[in-house]
Structures are given as structure tokens and as C-alpha cells.
Design a protein around this ligand. Structure first.
Ligand code: SF4
Ligand code: SF4
Length: 67
């Protein structure tokens, strides 16, 4: 199963990863990083297919995908 890791301190809460994930794995969470941004998180990690669209869409390079 594929897995994604959001690098919390890089996330700016833009929501691109949430919008473009075809499996609706991601959502903006309630946890906040040191810059005050709410961090994207995997709310349905079991659905992740490893396509890496989230990582490509993230303007801040905040998502690593492991397959
Ligand atoms: S790798 Fe693909 S399926 Fe998994 S969270 Fe990213 S966009 Fe969604
Ligand atoms: S695309 Fe990147 S910066 Fe934007 S919410 Fe997702 S992880 Fe955070």
C-alpha cells in the first residue's frame, strides 16, 4: 500500500493536494504548524494508490509519496 507523508512545516494550507487527489485521501486538518497554517493530512490513507499527484501539485514540496 502506498503512503504519503506531509512535511508539516512546509505546508501552507493551500488545499491543492486535497482538491486534486483522485481518491479523496487528504483534508486540511486542525493541527497548525509554527507559521500558523493548518496542515494537510491523510484522512483516508487506506485509499491512497500512490499516484503522487498530490506531491506534484504541492507548490511547497510538502508531500512525500512512498510506494
Ligand atoms: S498519492 Fe495519489 S491517491 Fe495518494 S494521497 Fe496523493 S494524490 Fe491521493
Ligand atoms: S498542496 Fe502542499 S502546501 Fe498545499 S495544502 Fe497540500 S501539502 Fe499543504
Amino acid at each position: 500500500m502506498a503512503k504519503i507523508i506531509v512535511i508539516a512545516e512546509r505546508c501552507k494550507s493551500c488545499g491543492y493536494c486535497v482538491k486534486f487527489c483522485p481518491k479523496e485521501v487528504l483534508a486540511i486538518g486542525s493541527a497548525v504548524n509554527s507559521k500558523g497554517y493548518e496542515i494537510a493530512e491523510a484522512v483516508h490513507p487506506e485509499k491512497c494508490n500512490g499516484c503522487a499527484i498530490c506531491g506534484r501539485m504541492c507548490p511547497d514540496g510538502a508531500i512525500d509519496v512512498y510506494r
